[in-house]
Write a protein that binds this ligand. Structure first.
Ligand SMILES: [Zn+2]
Length: 242
């Protein structure tokens, strides 16, 4: 299969004229097609968002928002349908048939979700107050969505759903590798499969979007209230000494 780049070059248009000598903005290798990334970084963007974005969403970015989210959720509780939909998000479901290859995204996701069912996959509730009930998971996804929407330009397009998937994964310990001490890295296709589940999760997805907007409004009001707070009265100037 020839790339757009090859086809354009074959048609006799010089590479300079078409600006085809571009190199990848990340690594400097020749860019793929007419894009600004090489084939490798183009693939990475599909899984993890734009590679120039140095880091994905971190837990410490959304955790401070959690109390506001919990207050919001108390006033606007999720429907039973939304909570059930969160349960389905992390439900392994039926095992793929043996004909599904070992590295197939569906199988990888199934194995990961089975791992999440085990108590040792869960992080200590004492240290960081993790909560694995559907409501707890939903609250963390809403908090993450607040940051994603407040920093829209940092997470363009599908990147925000991948980040929600990563947030979900960050709630669980990775599996040990069979061979050594190092933890297994999650394949990009697991994030993509999970992002797909979140995107098509109906009631949960809707609740996440609507609540995030509600929380953002609430945060704006709080900021405004702090800004408009009357200044503390100044203490009277010291009386001049006689
Ligand atoms: Zn590159």
């Amino acid at each position: 299969m020839s790339s757009i780049r090859d086809r354009l070059l074959k048609s006799g248009i010089g590479p300079n004229k078409l600006n085809l000598n571009r190199s990848c903005v990340v690594c400097g290798r020749p860019a793929f097609g007419l894009g600004e990334l090489c084939a490798l970084h183009r693939n990475r963007r599909k899984a993890h968002g734009h590679p120039k974005i140095r880091s994905g969403l971190r837990v410490k970015e959304w955790r401070p928002i959690l109390p506001t989210v919990l207050r919001f959720m108390k006033a606007n509780p999720p429907s039973a349908e939304a909570l059930a939909s969160v349960g389905r998000l992390i439900d392994p479901g039926n095992a793929p048939t043996p004909s599904v290859p070992r590295r197939h995204p569906r199988r990888l996701l199934y194995e990961e979700l089975c791992h999440w069912q085990r108590p040792e996959a869960r992080k200590s509730a004492k240290v960081k107050r993790w909560n694995y009930k559907p409501r707890g998971i939903l609250a963390r996804l809403v908090a993450a969505q607040v940051v994603l929407e407040e920093q829209e330009r940092r997470f363009p397009g599908a990147a925000s759903e991948i980040e929600l998937a990563r947030t979900l994964c960050s709630m669980f310990h990775r599996r040990e590798r069979a061979s050594g001490k190092r933890k297994q890295r999650l394949s990009g296709s697991v994030y993509r499969e999970l992002a797909d589940r979140i995107r098509s999760s109906g009631a949960a997805g809707l609740y996440i979007l609507q609540s995030a907007r509600g929380v953002i409004r609430q945060r704006e009001l709080e900021q405004l209230e702090i800004a408009n707070r009357p200044k503390k009265p100044q203490p009277p100037p010291d009386l001049l000494p006689d």
